[in-house]
Design a protein around this ligand. Structure first.
Ligand code: PMP
Length: 361
């Protein structure tokens, strides 16, 4: 059978070792004669899984002790509501940096709860899509927080800067880049990420929140989105997505075995530079993002002749290279190359691209 490499943007591929381990213990977990899906989240066995996952996640990102980690439901979009509901306090506005599709989706949701001050960060540099540097983001004085999305999954655009906005509470949607590099957590008030790209299966959302920001939720905030309620109940106010939590824990152990996020960062840069290198060297493929703002996780590219798109997708799929179709709002192709995608997968992709160009260019 052809080796399959899955370039899906999310739910995305998981490390093969993790899937094999989950498979081996699926029907008889820890000798209990049942799967981990079928036991109480309040029993000592699952509590151990939950605690270990949090410990490993904290270790991987070096999360300081004044930050809480919450294991939530509701995905990234849930947090588009959760953030204003938890952080506005008595303020009525918040700064929202618009760098792409997901940041602007967060703005739409925020409108239900406050007046977002939208900072349009999208610029064109030498005909290429780029983002304004953080130093040019006009933060307003009376805003409750500043929200941005460091890696835009659909647009393939990213800011690689570390925020430094003094006392302003910085909130970041790391759904598509969490754990892909190290982070100075202390620069953030809240970080959130849906699990289905770089953490584990869909259904789980991680929130990292600085503890002084707890206790401010709007009275109409649903309890399952309320950071304080979740924290007081060890993320078990209601039944958590236990299987996703367990599997994410296995991914964290795998990441530790690989050498942690610094090692992943190195490999991720290597994968991205290999792929962008092949795109840049040819007139057959094109990526229109300025090099400084290129995503290392999601690489959109177009074929010069879009009439070949269908054939490219058919042939790549037959070669074991799956899910390369670009998002419907952008078109073309997109290769998502999260932590679980090995360098070898990107090599197979670039070799395929070079060969496809030779045959059809
Ligand atoms: N933010 C980003 C950066 C995303 O990529 C996505 C999903 N692709 C979301 C938010 C929305 O996540 P969910 O579907 O989990 O609500």
């Amino acid at each position: 059978m052809t080796q399959v490499y899955n370039f899906s943007s999310g739910p995305a591929m998981l490390p093969a070792e993790v899937l094999r381990r989950a498979q081996s213990e699926l029907c008889d977990w820890q000798g209990l004669g049942t799967s981990v899906m079928e036991i109480s989240h309040r029993g000592k066995e699952f509590i151990q899984v939950a605690e270990e996952a949090e410990k490993d996640f904290r270790f991987l990102l070096q999360i300081p002790s004044n930050y809480k980690v919450l294991f939530c439901h509701g995905g990234g979009r849930g947090q588009f509501a959760g953030v204003p509901l938890n952080l506005l306090g008595d303020k009525t506005s918040a700064d929202y940096v618009d760098g792409g599709y997901w940041a602007s989706s967060a703005v739409k949701e925020a409108h239900k709860y406050c007046t977002p001050n939208v900072i349009d960060a999208k610029v064109t540099v030498d005909g290429l899509r780029a983002l304004k540097p953080m130093s040019e983001w006009q933060v307003s004085e009376d805003s409750a927080y500043l929200h941005y999305c460091p890696n835009e999954t659909i647009d393939g655009i990213a800011t690689h800067e570390t925020p430094d906005f003094g006392d302003k509470v910085v909130v970041a949607d790391f759904s598509s880049s969490i754990l892909s590099h190290s982070l100075d957590i202390s620069r953030f008030g809240v970080i959130y990420a849906g699990a289905q790209k770089n953490i584990g299966p869909a259904g789980l959302t991680l929130v990292i929140v600085r503890e002084d920001l707890l206790g401010k939720a709007h009275k109409a905030c649903p309890s399952i989105l309320d950071y304080t309620v979740l924290n007081e109940n060890d993320s078990m106010f209601n039944t958590p997505p236990t299987f996703a939590w367990y599997l994410s824990g296995l991914v964290f152990k795998w990441l530790k075995e690989q050498g942690g996020v610094e090692v992943m960062d190195k490999i991720n840069r290597e994968k991205a530079s290999l792929l962008y290198g092949v795109i840049d060297k040819s007139d057959f493929y094109r990526n229109d993002v300025a090099p400084a703002n290129r995503s290392r996780m999601n690489v959109p590219f177009q074929l010069a002749d879009s009439a070949l798109d269908k054939l490219f997708l058919e042939e790549s799929f037959a070669a074991g290279l799956h899910a390369l179709k670009g998002h419907r709002v952008v078109g073309g192709m997109r290769a998502s190359i999260y932590n679980a995608m090995p360098l070898e997968g990107v090599k197979v992709l670039t070799n395929f691209m070079i060969d496809f160009e030779r045959r059809h260019g």
